[in-house]
Design a protein around this ligand. Structure first.
Ligand SMILES: Nc1ncnc2c1ncn2[C@@H]1O[C@H](COP(=O)(O)OP(=O)(O)OP(=O)(O)O)[C@@H](O)[C@H]1O
Ligand SMILES: [Mg+2]
Length: 402
């Protein structure tokens, strides 16, 4: 045993002694081991036992790993957590392995060392280091990291640190194995090919994906505006996969609010009347004037849509969605027709609704910058969810740039 080995262990223990927060404990341990092994970069992935996904929580000198996630067994992170065994890839193997899922980050031309963070009873996550300056990782590196991560795991257990990406784990909406086919003459086209998704209360979830990948289709199914071909939709545990007309009407009227790219306002009604009109059919609506105030348009109540700018029209349509006090707001490309400044204004309103009203928002966009303000980002590709990531520190809408 050389002195570096012992020193590193002491350093880790010292840092852990001072850490009063899970993120701090992980972060200091990662930095120490990155230094000790001469690694270029590193990340720590934790297992969320509810969703059974391994989620990147901490990174050191890595770009864009945070919030990436992998199912158990998927990618290096998922595999190490599943098997609880370290993996050591030399630099010629590394280009072929992914850290997480199919869309996840790849490390090319650099050696990778991944070790579990485990107690004797269970595996909590894993640490991944890469780019050792002097070539491949040695058995000594692996042993050092494994031992330090074991100390870390015991410390996490001891202090009762918990990793919970969401406070309330009872989903508002659950989508299971949803398939959607469209028939075009003779031809049947599968647009959604088995989508699984949980949306949690009070989260802002962004769905990203290229044009035509099925984003709007998914949103419409969740909003009860389109029927799935097969699969399940649960809303607060209630099965809405095949609702009666009555259930559907009530659901659309009271439960969900829609925001579309094209504002869909009634041209002959004023801003106020456009909101009041929806409020009238809801069970326990908000005051229309209050809804207008929330989007900062109280002084435009009498204006017809034609006398409003695009951003103002979109804000009226947000107020219209809000007035029903819906549990969930579904927003389909709400800023696609707006310029940058107006988009940021509209996104700030959405941000505030999530923060102040605790409304759950599911927002579709193809602008990856907007995804930074989300609590969670889902990527849809070719009718399936190809990746999901958690933002523990979402950006403010006002700080987004594109
Ligand atoms: N009613 C329909 N009948 C037949 N095909 C449809 C229908 N609605 C959607 N599709 C097809 O399903 C696919 C997915 O459409 P969808 O509108 O969900 O995509 P999207 O991801 O929202 O795209 P965009 O970013 O362009 O809005 C497309 O190929 C589209 O042509
Ligand atoms: Mg669409």
């Amino acid at each position: 045993m050389d002195t570096t080995y012992v020193q590193t262990i002491w350093q880790v223990m010292d840092e852990l002694h001072n850490a009063d927060q899970l993120e701090k404990a992980l972060s200091s341990c990662l930095d120490i081991l990155r230094d000790a092994t001469g690694s270029n970069q590193g990340s720590i992935w934790m297992l969320d036992t509810q969703s059974e996904r391994v989620i990147a929580l901490i990174e050191s000198n890595t770009a864009d790993t945070i919030g990436e996630s992998a199912a158990l067994g998927e990618g290096v992170a998922g595999e190490v957590v599943l098997t609880s065994e370290a993996r050591n890839y030399n630099s010629s193997e590394a280009g072929r392995v992914r850290l997480a899922g199919a869309d996840g980050p790849v490390i090319t031309d650099e050696s990778i060392l991944a070790v579990p963070i485990r107690t004797p009873q269970h595996t909590l996550g894993c640490m991944i280091l890469s780019g050792k300056e002097t070539g491949d990782y040695t058995d000594d590196d692996a042993r050092l990291c494994e031992n330090c991560c074991a100390i870390l795991a015991l410390d996490i257990d001891d202090k009762g640190f918990e990793f919970r990406p969401f406070e309330d784990r009872q989903p508002v909406v659950t989508v299971r194995d949803v398939i959607k086919e469209f028939q075009n003459g003779e031809e049947i086209r599968q647009v959604l090919k088995g989508v699984n998704l949980d949306v949690f209360p009070g989260e802002l979830m962004v769905v990203l994906g290229e044009s035509g990948c099925g984003k709007s289709t998914l949103l419409n199914i969740i909003g009860g505006m389109d029927k799935m071909t097969s699969g399940k939709l649960l809303v607060e545990g209630k099965d809405m996969s095949d609702p009666s007309e009555d259930e559907l009407t009530r659901y659309r009227r009271e439960y969900v609010g829609f925001i579309f790219q094209s504002y869909n306002l009634m041209p002959n009604l004023s801003a106020y009347e456009n909101i009041e009109f929806i409020g009238e059919i809801a069970d326990d609506p908000m005051d229309s004037g209050e809804a207008l105030k929330m989007v900062g348009l109280e002084d435009k109540a009498d204006h017809l849509p034609s006398a409003l700018s695009g951003g103002q029209m979109q804000r009226v349509s947000i107020a219209r969605a809000l007035v029903k006090k819906p549990k969930i707001i579904l927003a389909d490309e709400p800023t696609a027709a707006l310029d940058y400044d107006t988009s940021v204004k509209v996104l700030s309103v959405i941000e505030e609704i999530v923060r102040e009203q605790k409304t759950t928002v599911l927002m579709v966009t193809h602008n990856p910058e907007i995804a930074k303000m989300a609590n969670r980002v889902i990527k849809l590709r070719d009718g399936k969810i190809s990746s999901a990531r958690v933002n523990l520190h979402p950006h403010k809408a006002a700080d987004l740039v594109w």
